[in-house]
Ligand binder design. Structure first.
Ligand code: HEM
Length: 453
């Protein structure tokens, strides 16, 4: 019997340049480029970035599921994520295969739904302390405010540090390191860090300074008798079920840095976009206020309110649909594999874009509209898995997804209970800027007024 399998041809994008392929359009506006490609070419298409890098864009939920879940062992993270190793070491985001599995097993308990609840009060307290200074009507950079709040929350829940300590000790250096990392990613040929260019020197110094702080925090903790209940405490006491070993200081440093980086800018951007959308949709804002009034009233927001704030939760889901902070997931084919009748060849890159998927009219009616109600009546169960995936999926699904979701709902509830955020008159158009995460550009300047309940 002839067992030859006839493979389907992956359609090729047209109009690529001979040498650079579609690099220029991709670099100029990746969101627009990917959306256009998907619209014109359908669920699977191949294009080139530069002379050699072949890329496959997937916009079929079933194929995305194969790459992220069923056939995930044939893929590794794409090279831009790998380049973050200089800062993140071998933390959860950048490690691969057995090492990733082992680390994930150790860290997972700290992010279980039941455990996450214990962080809720810290989330509320940090937000309330921050917004209390908004007492008079003022114009503020809300993107920066959201960054400060989520930075405060992550330092408190991770290290037990207060906002000022966390901001000064870690926050500023992390921001600096990230800016330099982006610069490196964007350079056409990133020179090895051993070459002492001005940027490379700055980068190394910043990472070294961060290392010193993190190792000092870890060292001090090792001296303490009592185990603390923050994330660092949990990670330090975690033992692998199979070999009984805990984490070394280097592993702890890498994981702390990873969670720190992965866990505050994403959430901050989602909250900024949410306020941007609310300011343009007074009918949604009115329902939000109504729900806060019914569920919370004039009392302080409490952790147990989270479960009952259904509409507020749907506002966050809808905001993550329109402006997913992680707007694209990239994988590199590690072993040639056949998926859905197509061949994915070793070395090729696969892109799966939440931004593109979340705006496909076949899954989302009037996709451009901001309608939190669409998530009512178990809407998610009516569309295929991976048509909506703001937190990724499979074994590498965001470990902080429940943490982030609860955080966004509680921060929004605390703010909406007391304040209303308006766009400044004649504001310029805010556009999504796809850096490592999807940021509002220019940053979101808003007028904050106290609500008269
Ligand atoms: C709105 C907020 C967030 C969004 C949209 C988001 C999104 C994502 C996505 C899409 C991935 C998968 C990337 C891939 O498969 O290549 C991911 C991974 C990850 N996220 Fe998040 N994230 C958010 C918040 C957080 C928070 C709050 C934390 C920690 C406290 C966190 C920690 C991580 C880590 C450690 C990974 C790597 C997991 C692994 O590879 O095993 N994230 N995130």
């Amino acid at each position: 019997m002839d067992r030859t399998v006839v493979l389907k041809q992956i359609p090729q994008a047209t109009d690529g340049k001979l040498f650079t392929g579609h690099l220029k359009e991709f670099q100029h506006n990746p969101l627009q480029f990917l959306e256009k490609l998907a619209r014109e070419q359908g669920p699977i298409v191949r294009f080139r970035l530069g002379p050699f890098q072949k890329v496959i864009l997937l916009t079929d939920p079933e194929l995305i599921k194969e790459v992220l879940v069923t056939e995930q062992k044939n893929f590794i993270k794409s090279s831009d994520v790998q380049s973050l190793k200089v800062i993140l070491g071998d933390g959860l985001l950048t490690s691969e295969k057995e090492q990733h599995l082992q680390q994930r097993r150790l860290i997972q308990p700290a992010f279980k739904k039941t455990h996450i609840k214990s962080y809720a009060q810290d989330m509320i307290d940090t937000t309330e302390a921050y917004i209390s200074k908004w007492d008079k009507a003022l114009e503020s950079d809300v993107s920066q405010d959201m960054m400060n709040i989520t930075l405060g929350i992550i330092t408190k829940t991770m290290f037990g540090l207060d906002f000022k300590e966390g901001h000064e000790l870690i926050g500023e250096s992390v921001e600096k390191a990230m800016k330099l990392a982006i610069k490196r990613m964007r350079s056409v040929i990133p020179l090895p860090l051993s070459i002492p260019t001005q940027n490379n020197r700055k980068y190394r110094q910043t990472v070294q300074a961060l290392d010193e702080v993190l190792f000092k925090i870890i060292g001090n903790r090792r001296q303490e008798d009592k185990q603390k209940e923050d994330l660092l405490g949990i990670l330090m006491s975690a033992k692998d079920e199979e070999n009984g070993l805990g984490m070394t200081d280097k592993q702890l440093r890498d994981e702390l840095m990873t969670i720190f980086l992965a866990g505050h800018e994403t959430t901050a951007n989602a909250l900024s976009w949410t306020h941007y959308l609310l300011a343009q949709h007074p009918e949604v804002e009115a329902r939000l206020h109504e729900e806060i009034h019914t569920v919370v009233g004039d009392d302080p927001v409490k952790p147990e309110h989270f479960q009952r704030l259904f509409y507020t939760q749907n506002i966050i889901r809808e905001s993550l649909r329109l402006y997913p902070p992680a707007y694209v997931i990239g994988r590199q084919v590690d072993k040639t594999v056949e998926i859905g009748g197509y061949q994915f060849t070793k070395g090729e890159m696969v892109l799966m874009s939440q931004y593109v998927m979340h705006r496909l009219p076949e899954y989302f009616e009037h996709p451009e509209e901001f309608k939190p109600e669409r998530f009512e009546n178990n809407f998610i169960k009516t569309i295929p898995p991976y048509a909506y995936f703001p937190f990724g999926g499979g074994p590498r699904v965001c470990i902080g997804n429940h943490f982030a979701f609860m955080e966004m709902v509680l921060v929004l509830a605390c703010i909406a209970q007391k304040y209303q955020l308006h766009l400044i008159p004649d504001h310029v158009e805010i556009k999504p800027q796809p850096l490592i995460t999807l940021r509002p550009k220019p940053s979101l300047k808003m007028v904050i007024t106290r609500r008269n309940n």
